[in-house]
Design a protein around this ligand. Structure first.
Ligand code: PLP
Length: 402
Protein backbone atom coordinates (compact mmCIF):
# COMPACT_ATOMS: atom_id res chain seq x y z
CA UNK A 1 0.00 0.00 0.00
CA UNK A 2 1.64 3.21 -1.20
CA UNK A 3 -0.89 5.60 0.38
CA UNK A 4 0.15 8.59 2.48
CA UNK A 5 -0.56 9.56 6.07
CA UNK A 6 -3.94 11.27 6.64
CA UNK A 7 -1.88 14.16 8.01
CA UNK A 8 -0.87 15.06 4.44
CA UNK A 9 -4.47 15.21 3.28
CA UNK A 10 -5.46 17.45 6.19
CA UNK A 11 -3.01 20.14 5.06
CA UNK A 12 -3.30 22.50 2.08
CA UNK A 13 -0.16 23.57 0.21
CA UNK A 14 0.81 27.24 0.53
CA UNK A 15 -0.88 29.33 -2.18
CA UNK A 16 1.65 32.12 -1.82
CA UNK A 17 4.39 29.68 -2.75
CA UNK A 18 2.29 28.18 -5.60
CA UNK A 19 1.56 31.57 -7.24
CA UNK A 20 5.15 32.72 -6.84
CA UNK A 21 6.38 29.50 -8.49
CA UNK A 22 3.85 29.88 -11.33
CA UNK A 23 4.88 33.50 -11.93
CA UNK A 24 8.56 32.54 -11.89
CA UNK A 25 7.90 29.80 -14.46
CA UNK A 26 6.09 32.31 -16.72
CA UNK A 27 8.99 34.72 -16.36
CA UNK A 28 11.45 32.01 -17.32
CA UNK A 29 9.30 31.23 -20.36
CA UNK A 30 9.78 34.84 -21.47
CA UNK A 31 6.48 36.37 -20.23
CA UNK A 32 7.31 39.73 -18.55
CA UNK A 33 5.34 39.07 -15.35
CA UNK A 34 5.52 41.54 -12.46
CA UNK A 35 5.70 39.48 -9.29
CA UNK A 36 3.95 41.02 -6.30
CA UNK A 37 3.04 37.75 -4.64
CA UNK A 38 5.98 36.87 -2.42
CA UNK A 39 6.34 37.92 1.19
CA UNK A 40 9.94 38.91 0.79
CA UNK A 41 11.75 42.26 0.97
CA UNK A 42 13.36 43.25 -2.34
CA UNK A 43 16.44 44.59 -0.54
CA UNK A 44 19.72 42.77 -0.05
CA UNK A 45 20.76 41.85 3.48
CA UNK A 46 22.53 44.95 4.93
CA UNK A 47 26.32 44.72 4.45
CA UNK A 48 27.38 44.58 8.14
CA UNK A 49 25.11 41.55 8.61
CA UNK A 50 26.33 39.79 5.46
CA UNK A 51 29.97 40.49 6.46
CA UNK A 52 29.39 38.85 9.84
CA UNK A 53 28.19 35.72 8.04
CA UNK A 54 31.21 35.75 5.70
CA UNK A 55 33.57 36.19 8.66
CA UNK A 56 31.90 33.30 10.47
CA UNK A 57 32.78 31.02 7.54
CA UNK A 58 36.33 32.41 7.23
CA UNK A 59 36.91 31.90 10.95
CA UNK A 60 35.71 28.32 10.81
CA UNK A 61 32.57 29.07 12.83
CA UNK A 62 30.88 26.26 10.94
CA UNK A 63 29.95 23.60 13.50
CA UNK A 64 26.79 22.60 15.34
CA UNK A 65 25.73 25.19 17.90
CA UNK A 66 23.78 24.42 21.07
CA UNK A 67 20.28 23.23 20.14
CA UNK A 68 18.59 26.38 21.52
CA UNK A 69 21.01 28.75 19.80
CA UNK A 70 24.33 30.27 20.80
CA UNK A 71 24.60 31.98 24.18
CA UNK A 72 25.81 35.08 22.30
CA UNK A 73 22.70 35.31 20.12
CA UNK A 74 20.24 34.42 22.88
CA UNK A 75 21.79 37.10 25.14
CA UNK A 76 21.52 39.63 22.29
CA UNK A 77 17.84 38.66 21.82
CA UNK A 78 17.17 39.11 25.57
CA UNK A 79 18.76 42.54 25.38
CA UNK A 80 16.63 43.46 22.35
CA UNK A 81 13.41 42.26 23.98
CA UNK A 82 14.20 44.29 27.11
CA UNK A 83 15.19 47.51 25.33
CA UNK A 84 12.64 47.55 22.52
CA UNK A 85 9.68 45.62 23.95
CA UNK A 86 9.95 46.04 27.72
CA UNK A 87 10.10 42.25 28.12
CA UNK A 88 12.36 40.49 30.62
CA UNK A 89 13.65 37.07 29.54
CA UNK A 90 16.75 35.07 30.40
CA UNK A 91 18.64 33.16 27.65
CA UNK A 92 17.06 29.85 28.78
CA UNK A 93 13.67 31.38 27.90
CA UNK A 94 14.72 31.88 24.25
CA UNK A 95 14.74 29.25 21.49
CA UNK A 96 16.41 30.09 18.18
CA UNK A 97 15.08 28.15 15.15
CA UNK A 98 15.45 27.91 11.36
CA UNK A 99 13.01 30.74 10.73
CA UNK A 100 9.99 31.91 12.71
CA UNK A 101 7.89 29.46 10.71
CA UNK A 102 9.58 26.64 12.61
CA UNK A 103 9.16 28.51 15.92
CA UNK A 104 5.40 28.71 15.35
CA UNK A 105 4.94 25.08 14.35
CA UNK A 106 6.98 23.85 17.32
CA UNK A 107 4.94 26.03 19.68
CA UNK A 108 1.72 24.51 18.33
CA UNK A 109 3.13 20.99 18.59
CA UNK A 110 4.24 21.68 22.17
CA UNK A 111 0.94 23.03 23.53
CA UNK A 112 -1.93 21.51 21.49
CA UNK A 113 -3.72 18.23 22.15
CA UNK A 114 -6.39 16.63 19.91
CA UNK A 115 -9.66 18.53 20.36
CA UNK A 116 -7.97 21.78 21.34
CA UNK A 117 -9.00 24.90 19.48
CA UNK A 118 -6.61 27.40 17.99
CA UNK A 119 -8.28 30.78 17.57
CA UNK A 120 -7.17 32.60 14.43
CA UNK A 121 -8.48 36.01 13.36
CA UNK A 122 -8.96 36.25 9.56
CA UNK A 123 -7.41 37.44 7.30
CA UNK A 124 -4.57 35.28 8.61
CA UNK A 125 -1.08 34.28 7.56
CA UNK A 126 -1.64 31.20 5.39
CA UNK A 127 0.31 28.82 7.59
CA UNK A 128 -1.55 29.24 10.91
CA UNK A 129 -4.60 27.02 10.22
CA UNK A 130 -2.50 24.39 8.45
CA UNK A 131 -0.01 24.27 11.30
CA UNK A 132 -2.85 23.96 13.82
CA UNK A 133 -4.08 20.94 11.83
CA UNK A 134 -0.58 19.45 11.75
CA UNK A 135 -0.63 19.73 15.55
CA UNK A 136 -3.96 17.79 15.67
CA UNK A 137 -5.82 20.89 16.85
CA UNK A 138 -8.91 22.51 15.31
CA UNK A 139 -8.52 25.97 13.81
CA UNK A 140 -11.35 28.34 14.73
CA UNK A 141 -11.42 31.25 12.30
CA UNK A 142 -12.78 34.60 13.48
CA UNK A 143 -13.58 36.93 10.57
CA UNK A 144 -12.86 40.66 10.82
CA UNK A 145 -14.15 43.56 8.72
CA UNK A 146 -12.31 45.91 6.39
CA UNK A 147 -14.29 48.75 8.02
CA UNK A 148 -12.70 47.77 11.38
CA UNK A 149 -9.26 47.86 9.72
CA UNK A 150 -9.32 44.06 9.89
CA UNK A 151 -8.93 44.15 13.68
CA UNK A 152 -10.48 41.48 15.87
CA UNK A 153 -13.79 42.43 17.49
CA UNK A 154 -13.38 41.59 21.21
CA UNK A 155 -17.09 40.72 21.45
CA UNK A 156 -16.72 38.07 18.77
CA UNK A 157 -13.66 36.71 20.55
CA UNK A 158 -15.56 36.51 23.83
CA UNK A 159 -18.38 34.56 22.20
CA UNK A 160 -15.95 31.97 20.79
CA UNK A 161 -13.80 31.32 23.85
CA UNK A 162 -14.46 28.09 25.73
CA UNK A 163 -12.66 25.41 27.75
CA UNK A 164 -11.42 24.01 24.45
CA UNK A 165 -9.63 27.24 23.53
CA UNK A 166 -5.91 26.58 23.82
CA UNK A 167 -4.13 29.19 21.74
CA UNK A 168 -5.03 32.58 20.29
CA UNK A 169 -2.75 33.65 17.45
CA UNK A 170 -2.24 37.38 17.03
CA UNK A 171 -0.16 38.88 14.25
CA UNK A 172 0.65 42.59 14.43
CA UNK A 173 1.65 44.23 12.16
CA UNK A 174 -0.36 41.77 10.13
CA UNK A 175 0.43 39.71 7.08
CA UNK A 176 -1.71 40.07 4.88
CA UNK A 177 -3.54 43.26 5.97
CA UNK A 178 -0.81 45.50 7.41
CA UNK A 179 -3.11 46.24 10.37
CA UNK A 180 -1.47 47.15 13.66
CA UNK A 181 -3.28 46.35 16.91
CA UNK A 182 -3.58 49.45 19.11
CA UNK A 183 -2.52 48.94 22.73
CA UNK A 184 -6.06 49.56 24.07
CA UNK A 185 -7.49 46.78 21.92
CA UNK A 186 -4.76 44.37 23.04
CA UNK A 187 -5.60 45.29 26.66
CA UNK A 188 -9.23 44.41 26.05
CA UNK A 189 -8.18 41.08 24.53
CA UNK A 190 -5.83 40.44 27.48
CA UNK A 191 -8.71 40.85 29.91
CA UNK A 192 -10.60 38.07 28.13
CA UNK A 193 -7.56 35.85 27.95
CA UNK A 194 -7.10 36.25 31.70
CA UNK A 195 -10.55 34.70 32.27
CA UNK A 196 -9.58 31.45 30.54
CA UNK A 197 -6.81 29.73 32.53
CA UNK A 198 -5.88 27.24 29.73
CA UNK A 199 -5.65 29.84 27.01
CA UNK A 200 -2.26 30.95 25.70
CA UNK A 201 -1.43 33.63 23.14
CA UNK A 202 1.06 33.29 20.34
CA UNK A 203 2.12 36.80 19.42
CA UNK A 204 3.70 36.86 15.96
CA UNK A 205 5.76 40.05 15.87
CA UNK A 206 7.66 39.35 12.64
CA UNK A 207 6.85 42.75 11.12
CA UNK A 208 7.41 44.75 14.30
CA UNK A 209 10.03 47.07 12.77
CA UNK A 210 8.14 47.63 9.52
CA UNK A 211 5.63 50.03 11.00
CA UNK A 212 4.55 53.50 9.89
CA UNK A 213 4.28 56.22 12.53
CA UNK A 214 2.06 57.28 14.23
CA UNK A 215 1.31 53.52 14.63
CA UNK A 216 3.35 51.92 17.40
CA UNK A 217 4.04 48.30 18.26
CA UNK A 218 2.95 46.73 21.55
CA UNK A 219 4.25 43.32 22.57
CA UNK A 220 1.36 41.28 23.95
CA UNK A 221 3.57 39.77 26.68
CA UNK A 222 4.20 43.27 28.07
CA UNK A 223 0.54 43.67 29.13
CA UNK A 224 -0.31 43.07 32.79
CA UNK A 225 -0.56 39.36 33.61
CA UNK A 226 0.21 38.26 30.04
CA UNK A 227 3.93 37.38 30.27
CA UNK A 228 3.06 33.96 31.73
CA UNK A 229 0.51 33.32 28.97
CA UNK A 230 2.38 34.54 25.91
CA UNK A 231 4.73 32.92 23.44
CA UNK A 232 6.42 35.75 21.54
CA UNK A 233 7.67 34.91 18.05
CA UNK A 234 9.99 37.11 16.07
CA UNK A 235 12.73 36.74 13.48
CA UNK A 236 15.14 38.31 11.08
CA UNK A 237 13.61 37.60 7.64
CA UNK A 238 11.51 40.70 7.12
CA UNK A 239 13.04 43.63 9.04
CA UNK A 240 16.63 42.73 8.17
CA UNK A 241 15.95 41.35 4.65
CA UNK A 242 17.31 37.93 5.70
CA UNK A 243 14.69 35.51 4.34
CA UNK A 244 17.30 33.08 3.01
CA UNK A 245 19.32 32.97 6.23
CA UNK A 246 16.48 31.09 7.98
CA UNK A 247 16.62 32.55 11.46
CA UNK A 248 13.79 33.17 13.93
CA UNK A 249 13.06 32.74 17.61
CA UNK A 250 10.52 32.11 20.32
CA UNK A 251 10.52 33.69 23.78
CA UNK A 252 8.30 32.59 26.63
CA UNK A 253 8.05 30.99 30.06
CA UNK A 254 10.74 28.31 30.48
CA UNK A 255 8.22 25.46 30.75
CA UNK A 256 7.03 26.06 27.16
CA UNK A 257 10.37 27.03 25.67
CA UNK A 258 12.00 23.85 27.07
CA UNK A 259 9.22 21.78 25.48
CA UNK A 260 9.83 23.41 22.09
CA UNK A 261 13.56 22.93 22.58
CA UNK A 262 13.01 19.22 23.14
CA UNK A 263 10.97 18.92 19.91
CA UNK A 264 13.63 20.84 17.98
CA UNK A 265 16.37 18.55 19.37
CA UNK A 266 14.76 15.59 17.55
CA UNK A 267 13.83 17.62 14.50
CA UNK A 268 16.43 20.02 13.07
CA UNK A 269 18.81 20.72 15.98
CA UNK A 270 20.13 24.27 16.19
CA UNK A 271 19.93 26.90 13.45
CA UNK A 272 22.88 27.55 11.12
CA UNK A 273 25.99 28.73 13.01
CA UNK A 274 26.69 31.23 10.21
CA UNK A 275 23.21 32.72 10.32
CA UNK A 276 23.41 33.04 14.09
CA UNK A 277 26.60 35.14 13.80
CA UNK A 278 24.77 37.28 11.22
CA UNK A 279 21.81 37.55 13.63
CA UNK A 280 24.07 38.94 16.35
CA UNK A 281 25.30 41.55 13.87
CA UNK A 282 21.71 42.42 12.92
CA UNK A 283 20.78 43.03 16.55
CA UNK A 284 23.98 45.09 16.89
CA UNK A 285 22.77 47.61 14.28
CA UNK A 286 21.09 49.66 16.99
CA UNK A 287 17.61 50.30 18.30
CA UNK A 288 14.97 48.85 15.92
CA UNK A 289 17.72 48.02 13.42
CA UNK A 290 19.14 51.57 13.28
CA UNK A 291 19.74 53.42 10.00
CA UNK A 292 19.93 50.26 7.88
CA UNK A 293 16.39 49.23 8.76
CA UNK A 294 14.89 52.71 8.85
CA UNK A 295 16.07 53.27 5.25
CA UNK A 296 14.07 50.23 4.14
CA UNK A 297 11.02 51.22 6.20
CA UNK A 298 11.10 54.68 4.59
CA UNK A 299 11.06 53.07 1.13
CA UNK A 300 8.17 50.75 2.09
CA UNK A 301 6.22 53.74 3.37
CA UNK A 302 6.64 55.65 0.08
CA UNK A 303 5.42 52.62 -1.83
CA UNK A 304 2.43 52.17 0.47
CA UNK A 305 1.50 55.83 0.02
CA UNK A 306 1.80 55.47 -3.76
CA UNK A 307 -0.49 52.42 -3.83
CA UNK A 308 -3.06 53.95 -1.50
CA UNK A 309 -3.22 57.03 -3.72
CA UNK A 310 -3.36 55.02 -6.98
CA UNK A 311 -6.02 52.53 -5.87
CA UNK A 312 -7.92 55.30 -4.08
CA UNK A 313 -8.48 56.90 -7.48
CA UNK A 314 -9.86 53.70 -8.99
CA UNK A 315 -13.48 52.57 -9.21
CA UNK A 316 -14.81 49.66 -7.22
CA UNK A 317 -11.89 49.30 -4.81
CA UNK A 318 -12.19 49.17 -1.01
CA UNK A 319 -9.14 49.44 1.23
CA UNK A 320 -7.97 49.91 4.77
CA UNK A 321 -4.68 51.80 4.99
CA UNK A 322 -1.95 49.45 6.19
CA UNK A 323 -0.01 50.70 9.21
CA UNK A 324 2.81 48.19 8.92
CA UNK A 325 4.33 45.25 7.00
CA UNK A 326 4.60 45.53 3.18
CA UNK A 327 1.23 44.30 1.96
CA UNK A 328 -1.93 45.94 0.73
CA UNK A 329 -5.05 43.80 1.09
CA UNK A 330 -7.70 45.32 -1.18
CA UNK A 331 -11.30 44.39 -1.71
CA UNK A 332 -11.96 43.95 -5.45
CA UNK A 333 -15.15 41.94 -4.98
CA UNK A 334 -17.14 44.54 -6.93
CA UNK A 335 -15.58 42.90 -10.02
CA UNK A 336 -16.93 39.45 -9.17
CA UNK A 337 -19.73 38.47 -11.53
CA UNK A 338 -18.04 40.19 -14.50
CA UNK A 339 -16.53 38.60 -17.60
CA UNK A 340 -13.42 39.13 -19.69
CA UNK A 341 -13.29 38.46 -23.40
CA UNK A 342 -11.31 35.35 -24.11
CA UNK A 343 -10.98 34.53 -20.42
CA UNK A 344 -14.41 33.85 -19.01
CA UNK A 345 -16.09 34.66 -15.72
CA UNK A 346 -14.49 36.34 -12.73
CA UNK A 347 -16.17 34.66 -9.80
CA UNK A 348 -13.86 34.97 -6.83
CA UNK A 349 -10.39 36.03 -5.71
CA UNK A 350 -8.85 32.96 -7.31
CA UNK A 351 -10.27 33.59 -10.79
CA UNK A 352 -9.55 37.32 -10.51
CA UNK A 353 -5.89 36.63 -9.69
CA UNK A 354 -5.67 34.10 -12.51
CA UNK A 355 -7.09 36.73 -14.87
CA UNK A 356 -4.69 39.41 -13.61
CA UNK A 357 -1.80 37.00 -14.12
CA UNK A 358 -2.87 35.73 -17.56
CA UNK A 359 -4.09 39.01 -19.03
CA UNK A 360 -2.43 41.68 -16.89
CA UNK A 361 0.81 39.81 -16.24
CA UNK A 362 0.82 40.78 -12.59
CA UNK A 363 1.09 38.09 -9.90
CA UNK A 364 -0.98 38.73 -6.75
CA UNK A 365 -2.26 36.28 -4.15
CA UNK A 366 -6.02 35.52 -3.89
CA UNK A 367 -7.48 36.64 -0.55
CA UNK A 368 -9.11 33.25 -0.27
CA UNK A 369 -5.69 31.86 0.79
CA UNK A 370 -5.79 34.21 3.80
CA UNK A 371 -9.41 33.47 4.70
CA UNK A 372 -11.06 36.44 2.93
CA UNK A 373 -12.27 35.78 -0.59
CA UNK A 374 -13.35 39.38 -1.25
CA UNK A 375 -9.74 40.61 -1.33
CA UNK A 376 -6.38 40.13 -3.04
CA UNK A 377 -2.95 40.68 -1.50
CA UNK A 378 -0.43 42.95 -3.17
CA UNK A 379 3.08 42.75 -1.82
CA UNK A 380 4.81 46.11 -2.25
CA UNK A 381 8.29 44.77 -1.67
CA UNK A 382 9.17 46.03 -5.16
CA UNK A 383 10.58 49.30 -6.53
CA UNK A 384 8.30 52.30 -7.14
CA UNK A 385 8.89 51.98 -10.91
CA UNK A 386 7.78 48.35 -10.80
CA UNK A 387 4.72 49.29 -8.73
CA UNK A 388 3.81 52.06 -11.17
CA UNK A 389 3.88 49.58 -14.03
CA UNK A 390 1.87 47.06 -12.01
CA UNK A 391 -0.84 49.61 -11.16
CA UNK A 392 -1.19 50.51 -14.85
CA UNK A 393 -1.58 46.86 -15.79
CA UNK A 394 -4.10 46.15 -13.03
CA UNK A 395 -6.08 49.27 -13.94
CA UNK A 396 -6.24 48.29 -17.62
CA UNK A 397 -7.11 44.68 -16.87
CA UNK A 398 -9.94 45.71 -14.52
CA UNK A 399 -11.22 48.28 -17.00
CA UNK A 400 -11.60 45.50 -19.60
CA UNK A 401 -14.06 43.59 -17.37
CA UNK A 402 -17.73 43.76 -18.30
N1 PLP B 1 4.99 35.05 10.45
C1 PLP B 1 4.51 35.82 9.46
C2 PLP B 1 3.31 36.65 9.71
C3 PLP B 1 5.13 35.80 8.20
O1 PLP B 1 4.64 36.56 7.20
C4 PLP B 1 6.25 34.98 7.99
C5 PLP B 1 6.89 34.88 6.66
O2 PLP B 1 6.26 34.91 5.63
C6 PLP B 1 6.71 34.20 9.07
C7 PLP B 1 6.06 34.27 10.27
C8 PLP B 1 7.89 33.26 8.95
O3 PLP B 1 9.09 33.88 8.65
P1 PLP B 1 10.47 33.11 8.63
O4 PLP B 1 10.23 31.64 8.75
O5 PLP B 1 11.12 33.48 7.35
O6 PLP B 1 11.25 33.61 9.83
Amino acid sequence: DLSLSPRVNSVKPSKTVAITDQATALLQAGVPVIRLAAGEPDFDTPTPIAEAGINAIREGYTRYTPNAGTQELRSAICHKLKEENGLTYTPDQILVSNGAKQSILQALLAVCSPGDEVIIPAPFWVSYPEMARLADATPVILPTRISDNFLLDPKLLRSKLSDKSRLLILCSPSNPTGSVYPKELLEEIAEMVAKHPRLLVLSDEMYEHIIYSPATHTSFASLPGMWERTLTVNGFSKAFAMTGWRLGYLAGPKHFVSACNKIQSQFTSGASSISQKAGVAALGLGYAGGEEVSKMVKAFRERRDFLIKSFGEMQGVKMSEPQGAFYLFIDLSSYYGTKAEGFGAIEDSESLCRYLLDEGQVALVPGDAFGDDSCVRISYAASLTTLQAAVERIKNALAALR
